[in-house]
Design a protein. Structure first.
Length: 274
């Protein structure tokens, strides 16, 4: 009994597509005790680092969650589709995964990144950590809105972060359930939280949940990157961005990473290891 590409997402995330198939075939045949798994995959499962280059064709559907191997596969697919993205990768290399840990601290960082530079948001987040130690719903709730404002938060962002903390503490928002839910349902749940608009939710799904086909709505760096890479006469509107990005489905998260890398490199700010 063989597996289909859509089954690959059920295998461990670090496996390349052909190894995921071997894993699933072995599991279906009841062979997935440790020794048989080693035989099926050709290596000891405990010692495997994330793979750098999967072997797969363009017909492979993306997994639910990107890893380094699937990121590279998505890059390879896009290079064959889009000569201008290919030129970017030829010039600066494949983009980083830029993965973030799912959870409350990442959402706080995303709120801080709204409509400001990443460096300004990073400085504010470091100041917050220096004050509270570990960023948790409890520590943020303990600060109160006024305490967050004294750290330099705007009134609006202080209210957003404090409200998110209170929602998590009360059980009104369950981030683990959101990660397990179908993406449409998970997005709706986050969009109900005050302060989390489409851009914030898109960034969370793209970077923290590592979904492969997200196009962040309203991202200025992506708009600028599109204008520069596609040599457009002006910044594309949101509708124009969505139309341009449609050809990159189901790898729009990968295309976004390529354009972000271009944007940073063009401004001397690109550090591929970050």
């Amino acid at each position: 009994m063989s597996t289909s590409a859509s089954d690959i997402e059920e295998a461990p995330a670090h496996l390349a597509p052909e190894q995921a198939r071997a894993y699933l075939d072995a599991r279906i045949q009841g062979l997935c005790h440790e020794g048989a798994l080693e035989v099926a995959l050709g290596f000891h499962s405990r010692s495997v680092a994330p793979l750098l280059a999967p072997v797969a064709d363009d017909g492979d559907a993306p997994p639910r969650q990107l890893n380094q191997a699937w990121l590279q596969h998505g890059v390879d697919v896009l290079l064959r589709r889009d000569t201008e993205l290919a030129a970017v990768v030829d010039r600066i290399g494949a983009p980083p995964l830029w993965a973030r840990q799912p959870g409350f601290p990442t959402l706080v960082r995303i709120v801080l990144e709204q409509q400001v530079s990443l460096s300004a948001a990073r400085t504010m987040y470091q100041r917050l950590r220096g004050h509270v130690g570990t960023v948790t719903p409890e520590t943020i709730s303990g600060c109160g809105v006024d305490g967050l404002r004294r750290l330099g938060f705007t009134r609006q962002k202080a209210a957003y972060c404090h409200g998110l903390a209170e929602s998590l503490r009360a059980g009104h928002v369950d981030l683990r359930a959101i990660a397990r839910a179908p993406d449409d349902a998970g997005r709706r749940a986050l969009l109900r939280v005050r302060g989390l608009g489409p851009w914030s939710v898109d960034i969370y799904f793209l970077m923290a949940l590592r979904r492969p086909d997200v196009w962040p709505q309203g991202d200025l760096a992506l708009a600028v990157g599109l204008r520069e890479v596609k040599r457009l006469p002006q910044l594309p509107s949101r509708d124009e961005q969505r139309a341009l990005a449609e050809r990159w489905a189901p790898w729009r998260s990968v295309a976004a990473r390529i354009l972000w890398a271009h944007y940073l490199a063009a401004r001397g700010q690109y550090s591929p290891s970050r």
